[in-house]
Design a protein around this ligand. Structure first.
Ligand SMILES: Cc1cc2nc3c(=O)[nH]c(=O)nc-3n(C[C@H](O)[C@H](O)[C@H](O)COP(=O)(O)O)c2cc1C
Length: 252
């Protein structure tokens, strides 16, 4: 395993971690909005966008016509009712920027949920519908729809823990079990839930069942961190299918 420490260590304050942990339980994708965020919510979102950006990530707020921005997908409701969105942008020259984009984008979503807003990660967007200029090396990884929720998009369908864990998580220490449970409820593209978790010694390892799922992996890394919040841990990068490992440290 590559033993590089991840920039997420110590990046979020304990107050943010508490806020995000509560927001995880409330978050569902919202595709039907009844209006844009208000002025106070927009100013809090601007602050959050800057605060949650890990190295190589920029979160930019924009306004667009929904039909110009979102592609119509079979089986899911078309996003409508709010013009506001956030673009999650990565500078691909910065190491780990694509996975950082998942971590920072999900932190931004949980900030928005804590403000009472609805959100939806959107990979099926049209670049031409956006009015955000990019710097050299930057790429829009996804956009996040933002608005006052009208209704949620149905119940949360998820794999069982036994389908994403290599051994029985009931035998793991509570922090690792809880981290797995937080990963289980995370959002993922097309709800594919491509994460796998294994535990040995003092280490919870996140692996990817699908190549190129960088945003999904970053989202899972943030959820792991939130689930393990009561244990002092350090996150290290992995190699190949092993994306990252959360390692418990002894209490000081
Ligand atoms: C990286 C990523 C991309 C996504 N892209 C889209 C999209 O283009 N359109 C859409 O309607 N939902 C999209 N979603 C939302 C997922 O379909 C949704 O998170 C998943 O079905 C789980 O539902 P939940 O978010 O309500 O828990 C995306 C989610 C992620 C994490």
């Amino acid at each position: 395993m590559n033993m590089d420490t991840c920039a997420v260590n110590g990046f979020f304050s304990s107050a943010q971690i508490e806020k995000y942990s509560a927001a995880v339980q409330k978050r569902r994708s919202v595709r039907a909005f009844k209006g844009d965020p208000d002025v106070g919510q927009m100013s809090a979102l601007h602050y959050a966008a800057a605060r949650v950006a890990l190295p190589g990530v920029r979160i930019a707020l924009g306004e667009a016509n929904v039909d110009d921005l979102y592609r119509r997908l079979p089986l899911v409701e078309h996003i409508h009712g709010s013009r506001r969105y956030a673009a999650v942008i990565a500078d691909e020259r910065v190491p780990h920027a694509a996975v950082h984009a998942g971590i920072s984008g999900e932190a931004f979503i949980l900030e928005a949920v804590a403000l009472g807003l609805g959100t939806c990660w959107v990979a099926a967007f049209k670049r031409g519908g956006m009015n955000i200029p990019l710097e050299e090396g930057e790429k829009v990884k996804a956009v996040i729809a933002l608005g006052v929720p009208d209704k949620e998009s149905g119940s949360r369908k998820r794999k069982r823990l036994s389908e994403i864990c290599a051994s029985n998580p009931a035998d793991w220490p509570f922090w690792a079990y809880n981290a797995a449970e937080y990963v289980r409820v995370a959002p993922s593209a097309v709800n594919l839930q491509p994460w796998r978790l294994s535990f040995a010694g003092n280490t919870l390892t996140l692996s990817s069942a699908r190549a190129g799922a960088n945003l999904d992996m970053g989202i899972a890394m943030l959820h792991m961190t939130l689930g393990a919040r009561d244990q002092r841990c350090v996150m290290r990068w992995g190699e190949g299918k092993e994306i990252a490992a959360l390692i418990a440290e002894d209490k000081p």
